[in-house]
Design a protein around this ligand. Structure first.
Ligand code: HEM
Ligand code: HEM
Length: 196
């Protein structure tokens, strides 16, 4: 049978599934890298730096996946929702939109508020935002802010959301998928996992 790349009314196609699970794995990896750094490394050691660089590289990769995902989702129709009450459909839809918002603002606040270059998986360097012409034009000239003033709110949003909000919402979302699979015994998880 020919591989089905696009969604159909019953389930997700290959591309939507690949992008979804790719991002899900990268989210877990971004968390592992940053909390490995916090909990298991000592400041100013090579391990500490490598863990940070892995977090930055994984975060930038998520941004690339998300750009592709948004382009794809904008011209794809969503499979029909599984059977459920109207409020459940609204809750699932609201959660999916919220997860998109998170997938966009987490890498953005991370990159715009960091004073380290990203050594992308130690292959090549991505210059930090304060070294770019855009920073000079927008932040220094237009807003008249120093990097510290600019960075403080972005850092706050990135770190507080990462520490208290994002993982809670992802767990709720994954929990709902498992609930559908185990309790309701419908194909919600299967249609994202194998497209069946
Ligand atoms: C969806 C992508 C991302 C997620 C889920 C994420 C999540 C997190 C989390 C959970 C923390 C630790 C918060 C804390 O407890 O203090 C953190 C810290 C940080 N993130 Fe991200 N992040 C992402 C992308 C990025 C990107 C793209 C960059 C920069 C290029 C970045 C730069 C940083 C920096 C510099 C820190 C502070 C590191 C530290 O305190 O050790 N993040 N992020
Ligand atoms: C790791 C555990 C995860 C599981 C078990 C899981 C499971 C699922 C399932 C079964 C669906 C299909 C729901 C439906 O058809 O109504 C779905 C959709 C979705 N998931 Fe996840 N997911 C996980 C992680 C994530 C993460 C980390 C994100 C993003 C931060 C995410 C964002 C989304 C979005 C936006 C949709 C809507 C469909 C789309 O536009 O791709 N998921 N997920």
């Amino acid at each position: 049978m020919m591989a089905r790349w696009r969604n159909n009314p019953e389930s997700y196609g290959r591309l939507a599934r690949g992008l979804h699970w790719g991002v899900a794995l990268l989210f877990i990896a971004a968390y592992c890298a940053v909390y490995y750094r916090h909990w298991f490394t000592v400041k100013d050691t090579p391990e500490n730096w490598i863990a940070l660089q892995l977090h930055l590289s994984i975060g930038v990769t998520i941004a690339v996946f998300v750009i592709l995902r948004v382009i794809w989702v904008m011209q794809e129709s969503h499979p029909l929702p599984p059977p459920g009450k109207p409020w459940e459909h609204v809750a699932a839809r609201a959660m999916h939109i919220l997860l998109y918002v998170i997938m966009i603002y987490m890498p953005l606040t991370g990159y715009l508020g960091t004073k380290a270059d990203t050594e992308f998986f130690f292959l090549f360097d991505i210059p930090k935002f304060p070294d770019t012409a855009l920073f000079q034009w927008l932040v220094t000239d237009k807003f008249g802010l120093s990097f510290e003033e600019w960075e403080a709110p972005l850092d706050f949003i990135h770190k507080k959301s990462g520490a208290y909000l994002v993982w809670v919402l992802v767990l709720l979302h994954a929990g709902a998928a498992i609930y559908h699979h185990v309790v309701r015994r419908d194909n919600t998880l299967r249609r994202m996992w194998s497209g069946q």
